[in-house]
Design a protein around this ligand. Structure first.
Ligand code: HEM
Ligand code: SF4
Length: 574
């Protein structure tokens, strides 16, 4: 019998994982549904459910009022539906819309990994949700937990006029190989993979444990498409952009390479000692691994060597929110991209979008990493009409840069670790910025995240703000800390924490000051990334504040810091 009283969090989770593969527990879930919420044992609530994409839902107050860095939970669940490569049919979207209407208070969220997430789902409803999804070829297995998460890919794979190759079949194959496979149910922690054949790396390979990007080499005068390989990327409180290995991964080497890396990760016992340092990146950050030693170990495991990498040019300053009407590689067809403001979508909008995809196109849709929705294979003649219909239901094909570029995590509405409310705040922020800066002509990525965990990816945004509390009249109120100038691709850099923090209510005015100054002084053709790069932290802080202010440390006020320290020690991943 294990001495459970003295276990650390990591030891407990490791013990639970060794004793059961939760994917074999569907009958137990059915039993809980019959017997009610009180019949669910703590190991299912806190651990095993995640393997089914099921996560306890916060009580609306976030971390406040909870214990050990976790807020209180309600007796209902968040359910994450996995959508590999973001490929979705109208029938599937209609089904998600119906389930959202029936069980999820009529709203869902498109996430930054191309998933769709429901909330408010009761244990009684869960079997029905899982079965209805399975009937249309969808599932939730592997969407959360210490497993391979949704395999992301370019949402316009196969239709993009400029792509190197359609890599979505590989993304789907990798997904089938790992998600739900008993050999990979017990990884040290979450494992993220992105595979893309596009030139602009829109699914952010740099922030995945494995990032594969198509590239071409010439062999005996003939072009051959293969992949560049980056490993160990990830955001969270300690961001690490993927390390490129010296390998040209041929098309037929992708599956063994991915499997080898998944095994290497699985077998890294050293990562199982601390939950908060269990991601692949910590082999590099804490255990002295290098690109060379990683490649050696990988090649030893898979039993063959890769050819050396070929030179590549990462994409420069490209915004790929896919919003708007774009010609496809298939003559006479286009795809129509609609911005879904901070990913929040209603049951009604999903049903209507599904119907529109049938009426105007072939019934194929895609979800994107910027929390948007696309309809592909639209005959050109119908595109304007389709765009009008999408606009009419609030899915904007022609939204402002703020509407298009805003991304937000779950926040206090549903997340037990949240310090601030994010979704309603982001909608208000966009409305304010549209009013304050009408006609603003630059794309920008404005990411809002409710705590330092960075689920809203503030590290890779032009302007990324993460939630804090500030004291006002003796009470704690929502505030945000600013990070500026994050970028991926050729100019990759995590956003700079610039020492400025303000109340949530002051955020629109601060951003207005910064962007007005940019508009006034920008050099010909200068984009936001370049503008931020030629200004110091102090200058940017003063532009946001409108006056000289001293830098505040990124650390939180004492009360919240206490909770966040507890979170870092014991907080567990989504
Ligand atoms: C230690 C705790 C956590 C850490 C370190 C963490 C970190 C992250 C990061 C870095 C991402 C970005 C995804 C990407 O790589 O592209 C992400 C995604 C996400 N996180 Fe968290 N997270 C944590 C807990 C939570 C919790 C408690 C919730 C809410 C219940 C949550 C909700 C989400 C959602 C909705 C996404 C979108 C991604 C998806 O579909 O997989 N996270 N998380
Ligand atoms: S960043 Fe993640 S953990 Fe933090 S509030 Fe947002 S969803 Fe919750």
């Amino acid at each position: 019998m294990a001495d459970t009283a003295k276990e650390t969090k990591a030891q407990r989770v490791e013990r639970l994982k060794r004793s059961k593969n939760p994917w074999e527990g569907l009958e137990e879930i059915r039993c809980f549904a019959r017997e009610g919420f009180s019949s669910i044992p703590p190991e299912w609530i806190g651990t095993y459910f995640r393997w089914w994409g099921v996560y306890t839902q916060g009580d609306g107050a976030g971390v406040t009022g909870g214990q050990n860095g976790e807020g209180k939970a309600l007796e209902c669940f968040m359910v994450r539906i996995r959508i590999p490569n973001g490929l979705l049919t109208s029938e599937q979207l209609r089904t998600i819309g119906d389930l959202t209407h029936r069980y999820a208070h009529g709203i869902a969220d498109i996430t930054v990994r191309q998933n769709i997430q429901l909330h408010w789902v009761t244990i009684e409803a869960l079997p029905d949700v899982l079965e209805a999804l399975a009937r249309v070829g969808l599932n939730t297995q592997s969407a959360c937990g210490d497993v391979t998460r949704n395999v992301t890919g370019c949402p316009v794979a196969g239709v993009d006029a400029d792509e190197i190759s359609d890599a979505s079949p590989l993304a789907l194959e990798v997904s089938r190989m790992l998600a739900g496979n008993g050999d990979f149910y017990n990884l040290p922690r979450k494992f993220k993979i992105s595979i893309t054949g596009c030139r602009v790396w829109c699914p952010y390979p740099e922030i995945n444990d494995i990032g594969l990007t198509a590239t071409t080499r010439i062999v005996d005068g003939t072009p051959e498409v293969g992949f560049s390989l980056r490993v160990a990327g990830g955001l969270s409180t300690e961001p690490h952009l993927g390390t490129r290995l010296n390998a040209f991964v041929r098309w037929n080497q992708v599956l063994p390479a991915v499997k080898g890396i998944a095994e290497l990760f699985r077998d890294s016992e050293v990562l199982r000692e601390h939950r908060e340092r269990a991601r692949l990146k910590f082999l590099f950050l804490r255990h002295g691994w290098t690109a060379e030693s990683f490649l050696d170990e990988l090649q030893r495991r898979i039993g063959f060597r890769f050819d050396p990498a070929v030179e590549e040019t990462p994409p420069a300053d490209v915004y790929r929110d896919h919003v708007g009407i774009h010609q496809q590689k298939q003559p006479g067809y286009c795809y129509v991209g609609a911005a879904v403001l901070r990913g929040r979508i209603s049951a009604e909008q999903m049903r209507t979008a599904a119907d529109l995809a049938d009426r105007f196109a072939s019934g194929e849709l895609r979800t994107t990493n910027m929390q948007n929705l696309l309809i592909v294979n639209v005959p050109l003649l119908g595109a304007d009409e389709l765009a009008k219909e999408l606009d009419a239901i609030g899915l904007k094909v022609g939204g402002s840069p703020f509407f298009r570029g805003t991304v937000a995590c779950s926040g206090t509405e549903f997340c037990k670790l949240a310090i601030t409310e994010t979704k309603s705040f982001s909608r208000w922020l966009v409305e304010e910025l549209e009013e304050r800066l009408p006609g603003f002509d630059q794309h920008l990525k404005l990411h809002v995240t409710g705590c330092p965990n960075s689920c809203g990816q503030h590290w890779i945004a032009d302007i990324g703000i993460d939630g804090k509390k500030m004291k006002v009249d003796g009470g704690l109120v929502d505030a945000y800390y600013f990070c500026v100038g994050g970028a991926l691709g050729l100019y990759q850099a995590t956003a700079r924490p610039i020492g400025y923090r303000c109340l949530a209510t002051d955020v629109p005015a601060a951003i207005e000051r910064l962007l007005r100054h940019y508009l006034a002084v920008r050099q010909a053709g200068e984009n936001l990334r370049q503008f931020f790069a030629r200004h110091t932290d102090t200058e940017l802080r003063e532009l946001l504040a409108g006056e000289h202010v001293d830098a505040v440390p990124r650390d939180l006020p004492p009360l919240v810091a206490k909770r966040v320290v507890a979170q870092a020690a014991g907080g567990d991943g989504d």
